[in-house]
Design a protein around this ligand. Structure first.
Ligand SMILES: Cc1cc2nc3c(=O)[nH]c(=O)nc-3n(C[C@H](O)[C@H](O)[C@H](O)COP(=O)(O)OP(=O)(O)OC[C@H]3O[C@@H](n4cnc5c(N)ncnc54)[C@H](O)[C@@H]3O)c2cc1C
Length: 477
C-alpha cells in the first residue's frame, strides 16, 4: 500500500502546461526516486521508532463510507496539529487520513531539532524580496513556533524528551566564523536578539573538544526532542479532543461530488466539506492540481550509534546538551542524546534505492569519524532516511488553493518542520475554520508555484551537490 499514486478527476484544472504535465513528471520522478522510499512494508528502522513505545491505538483504517467536515490527508506534525486545533478550538469534526500511521513520514524520522527555520531563504533574502517588516514577522513566527511545541508538550504532559536550550552552529574555518559574525548582526538587526559568539577555545572547553574547530554561534532559541514521541503525543492529544485518525488508509482517488470531496482509500471513502493537504515530502504530484509539479522531495539520512560510555564522551570532553550543526560544505546536524547515543544527519542521496542507503550510511559514519576521531570505531546501530520538502521559491506555503476555497494545504518547510509544521498546522486550521487570528507572514500566503520544468526539478539539488550528478546518471550515487 504505502503512499500510492493517486487518481483524480480535476483534469483540466491542472496548472502545468502540456509539456510539463503530470504523466511526464511522474515518469521522471518515478525513475529518480525508488519505490522503497514510499513503501510502508520496508521498515523505516529508525532509532526513534525503536524507542518511542507503543504506536497510537484507535487508528483503524477507513471502513465503508464515512463523512466529516474537514478531512486532513497526512498524519505528520502539520496534519495532526491542524486536526487538534480544529477540533479543540472550534469543535469541528475532523478525520485524519494517513497512509501508514501517525508519524510515519518525516515527522517521526527527523533529527528532533525543534529550532528556527522553515523557509529555504535567509532572513536577509526575505527582507530584500518582501521588505524588512515581513522578514521580522517571519522571525517572530519562528520563535512562536518553538514556543508552541514547548507549550503543547508542557501543558498536555507530552513526554517528548526535551533536551538542551538553543542551537549551536560550529565553524571550522575563519571564513565560516566571519559568516557567523555577520549572522549575529543580522539576527540583532532583524530579530532584535543576541546570538552568543564562542571562540574556538570556548567551544572546546564548554561544548566539545575536536579537531578543526574555529568557533561557534549559540542561537538562543530551540531545543532537542524525540520526534516520534512528539508525533504520537500530538496524535493522542488530537484523539482526546475528538479527532478520528485513520491509519493504513492511503488516499488513492479524489473526486468532487457537488461541493464536497470524496477521498477514496482501499477500505472505504471519506466525504468531506473541506480538505487539507498535509503530505509534505511524501506528496504525489497527482494528488491535486494545486501541488502538481510544485514540491521537491529531498532525502535526508540519519545514523545513530550505540550509547557511548562516559569514558568515550570524555575523550572529546563532550558536554553540549543542545542540538548542533556545522558550516562545512556537506551540511551535518547532530547531537548526543540523553542516553549518550550520537545522532548525526545530513543529505542522503538522490535516488532512494536500498543500495544507496548503505553507501550513505558509511558516508555519514566517515563524517562522524572526521568530526570526532575518537569515536570512529563506535558501532552505528541505526540508519534511516526520509523526505524533506522544498518549494520552487524557497518559501513555506499555506492557505486555500487558488481556485477552490474548500481545499487547503500547508507544505514545504525546507528540512525545518518540527516547530514550523506544528505552527503552520495551527495557522491553516485558523484559515479553515474561518477564525484565523494568526498573523501569517505574507511569504507563506503566496500561492504554491510549479517548478519551471517540474520533470527536471530534482536536478536543482545538484546545484548544491553537483559532483554527484554524473554518478547518479550513470546509475550510482
Ligand atoms: C531525516 C530527516 C531529518 C529532519 N530533521 C529535522 C530537524 O532536525 N528539525 C526540523 O525542524 N525538521 C527536520 N526535518 C523536517 C521535518 O521532519 C518535516 O518538515 C516535518 O516533519 C513535516 O511534517 P509534515 O506533517 O508536513 O509531513 P510528514 O511528517 O512527512 O507527513 C506526511 C504524511 O502524509 C502521508 N501521506 C502522503 N500521501 C498520502 C496519501 N495519498 N494518503 C494518505 N496519507 C498520505 C505520509 O504517509 C506521511 O505520514 C527532517 C526531515 C527528515 C526526513
Amino acid at each position: 500500500m504505502g503512499v500510492p499514486s493517486v487518481e483524480n478527476d480535476f483534469g483540466a484544472g491542472s496548472p502545468a502546461p502540456f509539456l510539463l504535465s503530470a504523466p511526464v513528471t511522474q515518469w521522471v520522478m518515478a525513475k529518480l526516486f525508488h519505490d522503497a522510499m514510499y513503501n510502508p512494508d520496508r521498515p523505516v528502522a529508525s532509532h526513534w521508532e525503536a524507542s518511542a513505545g507503543e504506536p497510537v491505538s484507535g487508528c483503524a483504517p477507513v471502513d465503508g463510507d464515512v463523512t466529516c467536515d474537514v478531512a486532513v490527508i497526512g498524519g505528520g506534525f502539520t496534519g495532526l496539529s491542524a486536526a487538534l486545533h480544529l477540533a479543540r478550538d472550534d469543535q469541528i469534526a475532523v478525520r485524519v487520513i494517513e497512509a501508514v500511521e501517525p508519524g510515519w513520514g518525516a515527522s517521526g524520522r527527523n533529527g528532533g531539532h525543534c529550532c528556527f527555520g522553515g523557509a529555504g531563504l535567509d532572513p536577509d533574502e526575505i527582507a530584500a524580496e518582501f521588505g524588512e517588516d515581513v522578514a521580522r514577522q517571519n522571525i517572530t513566527t519562528q520563535r512562536e513556533a518553538i514556543d508552541l511545541v514547548r507549550d503543547l508538550a508542557l501543558t498536555n504532559d507530552l513526554d517528548i524528551d526535551m533536551q538542551g536550550q538553543g542551537e549551536l552552529c560550529v565553524a571550522h574555518n575563519a571564513r565560516s566564523m566571519d559568516e557567523l559574525r555577520d549572522e549575529t548582526e543580522l539576527w540583532k538587526r532583524l530579530g532584535g536578539f543576541d546570538c552568543e559568539l564562542y571562540a574556538a577555545d570556548e567551544v572546546r572547553e564548554q561544548m566539545y573538544d575536536a579537531p578543526g574547530i574555529s568557533g561557534g554561534m549559540l542561537f538562543p532559541f530551540g531545543f532537542g526532542l524525540h520526534p516520534m514521541k512528539y508525533a504520537r503525543g500530538l496524535a493522542r492529544l488530537a484523539q482526546k479532543h475528538g479527532v478520528t485518525i485513520h491509519g493504513r488508509s492511503p488516499v488513492t482517488r479524489w473526486h468532487r461530488e457537488g461541493r464536497r470531496h470524496r477521498l477514496v482509500t482501499p477500505g472505504g471513502s471519506v466525504l468531506a466539506n473541506k480538505v487539507l493537504i498535509a503530505t509534505n515530502g511524501f506528496t504525489r504530484d497527482e494528488l491535486h492540481p494545486a501541488v502538481d509539479g510544485c514540491l521537491l522531495p529531498v532525502i535526508s539520512e540519519i545514523i545513530a550509534t550505540r550509547p557511548l560510555t562516559e569514558n568515550e564522551l570524555a575523550r572529546h570532553r563532550y558536554q553540549a546538551t543542545m542540538p548542533l550543526y556545522d558550516k562545512r560544505p556537506m551540511f551535518a546536524y547532530y547531537r548526543v542524546l540523553p542516553d549518550n547515543r550520537v545522532h548525526m544527519g545530513g543529505p542522503g542521496g538522490m535516488t532512494g534505492t536500498p543500495a544507496s542507503k548503505e553507501r550513505w550510511r558509511s558516508r555519514l559514519k566517515q563524517r562522524l569519524a572526521t568530526i570526532w576521531p575518537e569515536w570512529r570505531d563506535v558501532e552505528v546501530e541505526y540508519c534511516w532516511r526520509g523526505f524533506v520538502c522544498l518549494s520552487s521559491d524557497g518559501l513555506t506555503h499555506l492557505g486555500p488553493v487558488e481556485n477552490d476555497p474548500s481545499v487547503f494545504y500547508s507544505l514545504a518547510y525546507h528540512g525545518n518542520g518540527v516547530a514550523m509544521a506544528t505552527w503552520s498546522g495551527r495557522a491553516v486550521a485558523g484559515l479553515i475554520s474561518g477564525h484565523a487570528n494568526r498573523n501569517i507572514p505574507a511569504t507563506m500566503t503566496q500561492p504554491l508555484k510549479p517548478f519551471p520544468i517540474p520533470a527536471l526539478r530534482k536536478f536543482r539539488i545538484y546545484r548544491r551537490y553537483g559532483g554527484r550528478m554524473l554518478r547518479t546518471l550513470l546509475g550510482g550515487e
